[in-house]
Design a protein around this ligand. Structure first.
Ligand code: A2P
Length: 371
């Protein structure tokens, strides 16, 4: 089609006779040169076509982005905690991974190369996670397992039994990281009855966690959903072990640049939960124009852009998925060129912060947990 169109566009030399005849009869030299010209054009096109097709822009336009791990620099695969332990920068998050699907998600993740699983007692899926870990051939020492102390277990005497439950469900005798899930303590009896004392002062809870580190049941301890004021409230005490991490919601809609800056200045590593905006915002996150542009420019997926951005911001990232192809995709993080990184950072800060997760109303707290 292309060639015949090209041929038809060649000039004719005989106004009176048929085109073909005029070529043969009157202009044999010109015809030879014209055919030579066509041949040269065809050769050039044939030579460049595969290159054009292989090029990322063309490929992305026709088939969506391709993964291009060979040409992009990789981001750090681990961070070092104050204990000296190395924590993998990308984890499989299992919040909202339901029963019957979380086990296969963990199995897929381990096969894909994940070594970090971020869970919690309250996710109600630790048993299935534990079964998948047991069925895998990955040695325990190669794994990084995180769990979290639920709000009803902040009283020092309740902590070890809660930890033991998680350990037993996960089928392990130690955790790599155990976090205070929320800076909110509930009384054991009644639903969501605030324990004002332990909420106002988490130090007794922390001291017990320190004891459990010394006992060998936990390697590192940290916090989750703590704002700066609440962190300082805890660290104003003479801690034996500083919090190793603070796990908070960090995504395009809630990028928290001030908390990130403060945490870096104070040597506290952040972990990003709901990095894609959780199931309610993921579609919107992946459709952000800056995200899409960078994805097609780099030949990676929009999810990989956001996950990479999280690691490049200097945080651990915990994307959740129960879909095999996405689990594999989410582990591949790449360095985003500085100008694109800054574009993303600016775009994320342009709109008012919008959290996916704020249980203050649901728990009927007399305050906002993030204020
Ligand atoms: P699913 O678990 O069905 O694969 P977050 O990590 O911010 O909590 O987001 C989790 C949500 O994002 C889930 O709905 C998950 O769906 C979806 N998700 C995870 N990875 C990807 C991906 N690579 N592409 C598209 N959606 C994804």
């Amino acid at each position: 089609m292309l060639f015949s169109q090209g041929y038809q566009q060649l000039p004719t030399f005989d106004k009176g006779a048929g085109e073909h005849d005029s070529f043969q009869r009157k202009e044999p030299r010109k015809r030879r040169f014209s055919l030579l010209g066509i041949a040269v054009i065809v050769i050039i096109m044939c030579a460049s076509l595969p290159r054009i097709i292989r090029s990322r822009g063309f490929w992305a336009a026709c088939h969506g982005p391709q993964r291009n791990s060979s040409t992009l620099a990789k981001l750090p695969s681990h961070y070092t905690l104050p204990s000296g332990d190395k924590i993998p920068s990308v984890a499989l998050g299992v919040w909202q991974a339901g029963k019957g699907e979380v086990g296969s998600a963990v199995t897929t993740a381990l096969k894909a190369g994940y070594r970090h699983i971020d869970g919690a007692w309250i996710y109600r899926n630790e048993e299935e996670v534990g079964q998948a870990l047991k069925a895998s051939s990955v040695p325990r020492e190669e794994l990084w397992l995180t769990s979290k102390l639920w709000n009803t277990f902040h009283a020092p005497e309740d902590i070890e039994p809660a930890l033991d439950q998680s350990l037993s469900m996960l089928g392990t005798d130690y955790l790599d990281l155990y976090l205070i899930h929320w800076p909110i303590a509930f009384k054991k009896e009644g639903a969501n009855v605030l324990d004002e004392d332990l909420t106002a002062d988490p130090y007794p809870t922390w001291q017990k966690l320190e004891e459990l580190v010394d006992k060998g049941k936990i390697r590192n301890i940290g916090i989750s959903n703590f704002n700066i004021r609440r962190i300082q409230n805890l660290t104003a005490n003479k801690l034996k072990y500083q919090p190793a991490v603070n796990q908070v919601e960090l995504n395009f809609w809630n990028p928290q640049p001030e908390l990130l800056k403060w945490s870096k200045e104070n040597g506290l590593l952040l972990e990003a939960y709901s990095p894609l905006g959780s199931n309610t915002q993921v579609g919107k996150s992946l459709a952000v124009p800056e995200v899409k542009d960078i994805a097609s420019k780099l030949g990676i997926t929009p999810a990989q852009v956001i996950i990479s951005w999280s690691v490049q911001r200097g945080t651990i990232v915990l994307p959740k998925s129960v879909t095999a192809s996405r689990i594999v995709e989410n582990l591949d993080v790449f360095e985003i060129p500085q100008e694109d990184f800054e574009k993303l950072e600016e775009a994320a800060a342009l709109h008012p912060p919008q959290r996916v997760v704020n249980p203050s109303n649901g728990w009927k707290l007399p305050f906002d947990v993030f204020e």
